[in-house]
Design a protein around this ligand. Structure first.
Ligand SMILES: Cc1cc2nc3c(=O)[nH]c(=O)nc-3n(C[C@H](O)[C@H](O)[C@H](O)COP(=O)(O)OP(=O)(O)OC[C@H]3O[C@@H](n4cnc5c(N)ncnc54)[C@H](O)[C@@H]3O)c2cc1C
Length: 384
């Protein structure tokens, strides 16, 4: 066995949940180790994408509105310290048919939380965004202060900020030995032993592999495809401020404007098939490209014939009801699970980090929705 080192907390997984957690633990003066098998923001991780939406509209799930509201200033602060921006205030436009419950609940929650937004009736919506074909009668809710997080760059900036503050980082693949009541150490594939007082597993879609008995029925990784279409040359109609991020939960589609010249991002927000985060193929079929091009052109007629600049395959790590799963391991009292981002976790990184750090230090009031006991027995395939 190689020599061991003792930390107050070892955080396994340097995605957005693990990176913010280590930063918060270190700010609380703990000795912290951050470990990742492939590196922070790697292409297999859910946090390793080009961009992620930060929005406040969450229907009546006020805890996520609060978490997003708490997180945005932290992202902006970090963005100001970074050479390249991590946040682009594109605005986020959420559309729906009139009286759709999720839309009306979002509107009420935003009002209650004092978050600025504009309600756009159908004629205002169509006049303001002529480049988007909305379903007939759609109405809109525009959050002007929300926007895009440059995900891979942002998560790497968080991990760098943590190491600058004194967090130790190692690139290692961890496995968990059998243990009863308390976990003394974890092991690396190269046979290293890592000891810590407490362990936080923030391993996204890999969590069911590390804890199969506990998590294989609670976290379901699914394959998700992303497409970037080239905007017409010299045209600002697909760039901010002319075009915001657009989400329509009824249609289950979302799009980003052309950010940093990468193309107009378009995706379907339905759960794809089961996916292996290590070995799953990240190529996209010709049929998928045809189907998505047809859908994208229906909503953005000016993109007809646009070149497909890039595609990406990523995985959601869905819990049974779409809520985060952040709780103490039921059998190991010094082990914490921090996962279940379920396709909407990135924006909440700062608030999740604060919350996990407080849970580990015993100062948090547990959020009932995030606990094991709140998870239904079967997968309901909800989408936030
Ligand atoms: C296509 C797509 C679009 C999305 N859109 C949005 C959006 O618009 N807005 C939003 O807020 N969220 C969005 N999400 C969700 C969000 O990206 C995720 O919820 C979030 O990134 C999850 O972060 P994480 O830290 O839990 O997991 P990850 O980012 O996957 O990080 C887990 C890390 O653990 C490491 N790891 C795993 N096993 C081990 C091991 N044994 N040893 C060491 N390290 C290990 C991995 O290498 C990885 O880096 C989207 C997700 C996808 C896939």
């Amino acid at each position: 066995m190689k020599s061991s080192t003792t930390f107050d907390v070892a955080v396994i997984g340097a995605g957005v949940f693990g990176a913010w957690t280590t930063l918060e633990l270190r700010m609380a003066k703990l000795r912290v180790l951050l470990i990742d098998a492939y590196g922070s923001g790697n292409s297999r991780s859910s946090s390793g994408g080009e961009s992620r939406i930060i929005r406040m509209s969450y229907g009546d799930a006020a805890v996520y509105t609060r978490f997003a509201q708490q997180s945005l200033p932290r992202w902006i602060e970090l963005s100001k310290q970074n050479a390249d921006p991590l946040f682009d205030p594109t605005g986020v436009l959420f559309t729906a048919l009139p009286s759709t419950p999720h839309f009306e609940h979002s509107r009420a929650t935003l009002e209650k939380a004092g978050i600025p937004f504009d309600y756009l009736d159908n004629s205002t919506l169509c006049a303001r965004y002529p480049q988007i074909e909305f379903p007939d009668n759609s109405v809109g809710l525009l959050e002007p202060g929300s926007g895009a997080l440059m995900a891979r760059r942002a998560v790497r900036a968080v991990a760098a900020a943590a190491t600058k503050l004194g967090v130790t980082y190692r690139q290692e693949a961890i496995f968990v030995p059998p243990a009863k009541d308390t976990l003394d150490a974890v092991f690396t594939r190269s046979n290293g032993r890592i000891e810590a007082g407490q362990f936080v597993f923030a391993c996204g879609a890999w969590l069911p592999r590390l804890f199969p008995h506990l998590l294989k029925r609670l976290i379901h990784p699914t394959r998700q495809e992303i497409f970037f279409f080239g905007a017409p040359p010299g045209s600002g109609q697909f760039s901010p401020p002319s075009m915001p991020i657009w989400i329509d939960f009824g249609l289950a589609v979302y799009s980003f404007p052309d950010l940093e010249g990468r193309g107009v991002k378009f995706a379907i927000d339905r759960h794809g098939p089961a996916f292996d985060p290590d070995l799953g193929s990240r190529q996209i079929s010709a049929k998928s490209i045809r189907d998505v091009r047809q859908l994208a052109t229906r909503h953005f007629p000016a993109l007809a014939g646009a070149p497909l600049l890039e595609t990406r395959v990523c995985q959601y790590e869905n819990t049974n009801n779409g809520d985060f799963l952040i709780d103490r391991h039921p059998d190991l009292r010094n082990v914490w699970i921090a996962g279940g981002g379920s396709g909407h976790g990135f924006k909440h990184g700062p608030a999740v980090g604060e919350y996990v750090s407080a849970m580990v230090r015993g100062t948090a009031k547990p959020e009932p929705r995030f606990l094991f006991v709140a998870q239904p027995a079967t997968w309901e395939r909800s989408i936030y």
